[in-house]
Design a protein around this ligand. Structure first.
Ligand SMILES: *Cc1c(COP(=O)(O)O)cnc(C)c1O
Length: 387
């Protein structure tokens, strides 16, 4: 089975991890700060806080921004559940903004309309979490302008978009338009630490709060303590945090992978170009790119033109599996998850997301996908989607 996504591990990656195993520190050593500094420098952010997953990063990001009971957090429904769950962890409520029919990112028009209505009803969000779907950056300039008008904070869920660039050419992660940006290093994402994530920010206070929250709310910094230190052993827990720390092994792997980031994205672009060339006569919509953006191509999602083919999405999906192609669907709209169904969402409020979900299939896209395997994917698609 050719999977839809997988990691790329080199001998250099393995050597980096082995070196940590032979060193003094498996956790809380020098590798994590080195990795943080390297990612921050790469993206042009001032601070980076490494954690054990993007889910944890989203949680401490919301917490650091003061999200709590009575607050509202808005995100896209076409995302992994973690983009919404982070608000619930903090006791806030979640709402969704429908997607753009071309980019599948949060629709700016839908966001603006919803904000206008929310303002009239005194229900404005405290935080909006745009998701750079499939690695294509959202229109952050517009979201930022709306944030200034309506007074919300922004967390970019850039789990798919490590190495992507906005239309301005700036790398995602620099936080020019947001308070905090979150990366995921899960094995199917762009670079991996097995499990792992990172929160980037240009705000020193947010960075120091997030660093504390990832480690129980504990500080060893005298400036943050109440009263004087009692000695070299001394630390204080000054708020409730978690153990969300990244290990030295993970940081070493991530740092080693970061050296190849640009190469890996270039490879994903080559694969995307080949799919575009070879699949353009099939009854599908190929991923549309906003002119000037540089996607990280975490995913390659095709939308079946159901009116042009006498097969259902399910049938097409199953036939592709039978051909050995490990297709997937990204994503089931979060509002339709059973856990969310009691929160009163009306699927009819999200017509674009619903139609997207009926038609979407993710086909294999990862930097270690070989030309031979890609040819197999292309042949299988031509066979199954023949009209
Ligand atoms: C993968 C993913 C996450 C969660 O990442 P983890 O590192 O697995 O916690 C969050 N948001 C989006 C959009 C993702 O794709």
């Amino acid at each position: 089975m050719i999977p839809y996504g997988r990691q790329e591990i080199t001998e250099a990656d393995i050597a980096a991890v082995l070196q940590v195993l032979r060193s003094d520190y498996l956790t809380q050593g020098p590798r994590v700060p080195e990795f943080e500094t390297a990612i921050a420098a790469h993206c042009g952010a001032e601070h980076a806080v490494a954690v054990n997953s993007a889910t944890s990063a989203l949680h401490i990001a919301c917490q650091a921004l003061g999200v709590g009971h009575g607050h509202r957090v808005w995100t896209s429904p076409i995302t992994f559940v973690a983009s919404a769950n982070c608000a619930l962890y903090c006791g806030a409520s979640v709402d969704f903004v429908d997607i753009d029919p071309r980019t599948y990112n949060m629709s700016i028009e839908a966001l603006e309309t919803k904000l206008r209505l929310a303002q009239a009803q005194n229900r404005l969000p405290a935080v909006v979490i745009p998701v750079h779907f499939a690695g294509q950056p959202c229109d952050m300039k517009s979201i930022r302008s709306l944030a200034e008008i309506y007074g919300f904070k922004i967390i970019e869920d850039a789990s798919h978009a490590v190495g992507a660039r906005y239309v301005t050419g700036e790398l995602v992660g620099g936080c020019q338009y947001s308070d905090i940006t979150v990366f995921s290093f899960h094995p199917v994402k762009i670079i991996t630490t097995a499990e792992g994530g990172m929160a980037l920010t240009n705000n020193l206070t947010l960075a120091s709060v997030m660093a504390r929250l990832r480690s129980h709310g504990i500080t060893r910094d005298q400036a943050q303590m109440r009263g004087a230190s009692e000695g070299p052993w001394y630390y204080q827990q000054i708020e409730l945090g978690w153990n969300y720390r990244m290990t030295e092994l993970q940081a070493a792997l991530g740092h080693s992978q970061l050296q190849r980031l640009e190469k890996m994205i270039k490879k994903r672009h080559e694969l995307a170009r080949r799919y575009e060339d070879q699949l353009d006569d099939l009854p599908i919509d190929l991923p549309w790119q906003y002119p000037g953006v540089y996607s990280a191509y975490h995913l390659f999602v095709i939308l079946i033109k159901l009116e042009e083919i006498q097969k259902s999405r399910l049938q097409i999906f199953e036939e592709l599996l039978q051909e050995g192609i490990g297709v997937n669907v990204h994503y089931i709209p979060v509002y339709s998850q059973p856990y969310y169904s009691t929160m009163g969402f009306n699927p009819q409020d999200y017509p674009v997301s619903n139609s997207y979900y009926q038609r979407a299939i993710s086909i294999p896209m990862y930097s270690s996908l070989t030309a031979n395997s890609q040819s197999q994917v292309i042949s299988a698609l031509k066979k199954v989607l023949k009209v």
